[in-house]
Design a protein around this ligand. Structure first.
Ligand code: GTP
Ligand code: MG
Length: 171
């Protein structure tokens, strides 16, 4: 068949937000793993959509590994930023990491699409995606296309909407 366009995407966000679970769910079912463990450093994953072939750098969100993120900014053509919507205590930490990302010289002046997943929507104490976007001040992002989706990565809900948006931004 026709060769799909290759896209490099960086998946970031705090530890335990669900990055690896989301990326795993986007793969064909026979390629999905059953037990997901905290990512050490990063892991390179691949999945395809109707018109694109994605290579994802699934970064660890643990504090001691977050300094690795910036080394991959240059080659990233899009960003997936995952938030645990039930982790109200660390929402301010997620905002700090987002602000650091947006001010980085390799990101700041690029029109890079950013897809946000307000993940773990299934949990009772999760806040809405509208509330997440307010707490992260997403309305202040004016020079980049961005989109936020509520998701439940365990059931796979909300993921397709996000990836469809990303594909539209890139093709
Ligand atoms: P690091 O690799 O440490 O940065 O974490 P991560 O962001 O990759 O998180 P990971 O995918 O490992 O998921 C962390 C935990 O959250 C796991 O126990 C997942 O099963 C759980 N989890 C992920 N997504 C969801 C979700 O939508 N809802 C619920 N309830 N749990 C989720
Ligand atoms: Mg992970």
């Amino acid at each position: 068949g026709l060769k799909k366009k290759e896209v490099h995407v960086l998946c970031i966000g705090l530890d335990n937000s669900g990055k690896t679970t989301i990326i795993n769910k986007l793969k064909p079912s026979n390629a999905q793993t059953q037990d997901i463990v905290p990512t050490i450093g990063f892991s390179i994953e691949k999945f395809k959509t109707s018109s694109l072939s994605f290579t994802v750098f699934d970064m660890s969100g643990q504090g001691r590994y977050r300094n690795l993120w910036e080394h991959y900014y240059k080659e990233g053509q899009a960003i997936i930023f995952v938030i645990d919507s039930s982790d109200k205590l660390r929402m301010v930490v997620a905002k700090e990491e987002l602000d650091t990302l947006l001010n980085h010289p390799d990101i700041k002046h690029r029109r890079l699409p950013i897809l946000f997943f307000a993940n773990k929507m299934d949990l009772r104490d999760a806040i809405s995606s509208v509330k997440v976007s307010q707490l992260l001040s997403l309305e202040n992002i004016k020079d980049k296309p961005w989109h936020i989706c509520a998701s439940d990565a365990l059931k796979g809900e909300g993921l397709q909407e996000g990836v469809d948006w990303l594909q539209d931004q890139i093709t």
